[in-house]
Design a protein around this ligand. Structure first.
Ligand SMILES: Nc1ncnc2c1ncn2[C@@H]1O[C@H](COP(=O)(O)OP(=O)(O)OP(=O)(O)O)[C@@H](O)[C@H]1O
Ligand SMILES: [Mg+2]
Length: 198
């Protein structure tokens, strides 16, 4: 069983959107669970729409009292909490989404520091930054990529673009259910890039 945690202390960077879409994408090939550690409970609020995905509570995760699963995806809140340390220490991969923005890219520092601390104790913990809500053909993409390249955590090759279909995807059973071939492709690339590392 592998654990993928989606984290970035900044709000609105797409943690919940990507956590849900990864779960929806992977549920056809793996037994997938999702954990909502966000007090806002965005994922929990969608429980009836999580067909084929097991919603695991944070308490059940800690106790190990959940059905047999291949992958657990953990969504986290937009602030630093002690829980993050605990979650990183049980994760196989930490996915850090960020928008193409100076403020979002620079806000990564604290999440990065926490990650590095955990990686010092557990060198097998993998992590990657993913650019989300990317707008095509702007010089900003290169400028932000340069900031991200200075961080110790690699930036994934897959970029998730800004698409209306992602907004809809969370209530539609994931991007896989919508007619948006380009979005399907990038979500498949993101899942493959993560799965190949764990
Ligand atoms: N690739 C995308 N294209 C277009 N809209 C997106 C994309 N990713 C996320 N969004 C939208 O951006 C907003 C923020 O996304 P989301 O709630 O997933 O972020 P979050 O990091 O989980 O936020 P919070 O930290 O507050 O929990 C939502 O309205 C979502 O629909
Ligand atoms: Mg969220």
């Amino acid at each position: 069983m592998k654990i993928i945690t989606v984290a970035h202390q900044k709000g609105g960077v797409g943690k919940t959107t990507l956590a849900l879409n990864l779960a929806f994408y992977l549920k056809d090939i793996k037994r997938v669970g999702i954990v909502d550690t966000d007090l806002q409970g965005s994922v929990q609020g969608l429980e009836t729409l999580l067909d084929g995905i097991t919603l695991v509570s944070y308490e059940a995760l800690l106790e190990g009292s959940y059905p047999e699963l291949d992958i657990i995806i953990i969504d986290t809140p937009p602030y630093l909490t002690n829980r993050l340390n605990d979650l990183f220490s049980v994760s196989d991969f930490v996915l850090v989404p960020t928008k193409v923005s100076y403020l979002d890219a620079m806000a990564l520092k604290a999440t990065m520091a926490l990650l590095q601390q955990c990686q010092a104790e557990r060198p097998d913990l993998k992590a990657g930054i993913v650019l989300n809500m990317v707008k095509p053909r702007t010089s900003m993409n290169r400028e932000i990529k340069d900031i991200l390249d200075a961080y110790p955590i690699p930036t994934l090759n897959t970029r998730i673009h800004e698409r209306v279909s992602y907004i809809r995807s969370v209530i539609a059973g994931g991007i896989v259910q919508l007619e948006d071939g380009k979005a399907h492709e990038e979500m498949a690339d993101l899942a493959d890039e993560i799965i190949n590392q764990i």
